[in-house]
Design a protein around this ligand. Structure first.
Ligand SMILES: [Zn+2]
Length: 160
């Protein structure tokens, strides 16, 4: 007799098969989670002028919850073909800036970038060369390039 060898009440164990990996949700268009509850609203444009004629603009958006700014570059006459869905990301140690090239003309003369306080930035010229530009205090220091911070020029036009 072995009356004790079938302990009752022990749950049976099953091997469960999951039909699909539940971690892999379909990818929704990414809205940049700048904070817990993003409320991103349009703030203002900064126009880019050459000889008092507007050739492009930077649209500035801001999250009303965490106040983080987002910028989008627009060149007049060219539809936005940006492949960034949702708001472009910016790190806490970066600022939105426009780099102005003295070597180029028209729409190639400027480009929206993110600048760190110091260091170097890789900059792609109109003829697709990568050059290194030096950054000092959120500004480009270079003989042929200059820069300005987008948020210093909200609602204004900047002559480049
Ligand atoms: Zn936010």
């Amino acid at each position: 007799m072995s009356e004790s060898d079938a302990p009752s009440g022990k749950p049976q164990s099953f091997t469960r098969k999951t039909l699909s990996n539940s971690d892999e949700k379909p990818k929704a268009p990414e809205i940049y989670k700048c904070c817990e509850n993003p409320q991103i609203t349009y703030l203002a444009p900064v126009n880019i002028n050459i000889d008092e004629r507007t050739i492009g603009s930077v649209d500035v958006w801001r999250c009303a919850a965490c106040m983080k700014p987002f910028c989008e570059e627009k060149t007049l006459g060219i539809d936005s073909i940006s492949d960034i869905v949702g708001m472009p990301r910016i790190e806490d140690n970066e600022k939105w800036a426009v780099i102005v090239s003295k070597l180029q003309k028209g729409k190639d003369k400027w480009k929206l970038v993110k600048l760190k306080e110091t260091g170097m930035i890789k900059f792609e010229t109109a003829d697709e060369k990568l050059i290194d530009l030096k950054i000092q205090d959120y500004k480009i220091v270079d003989d042929y390039h200059s820069s300005f911070l987008v948020l210093d020029h909200i609602h204004t036009a900047v002559e480049i």
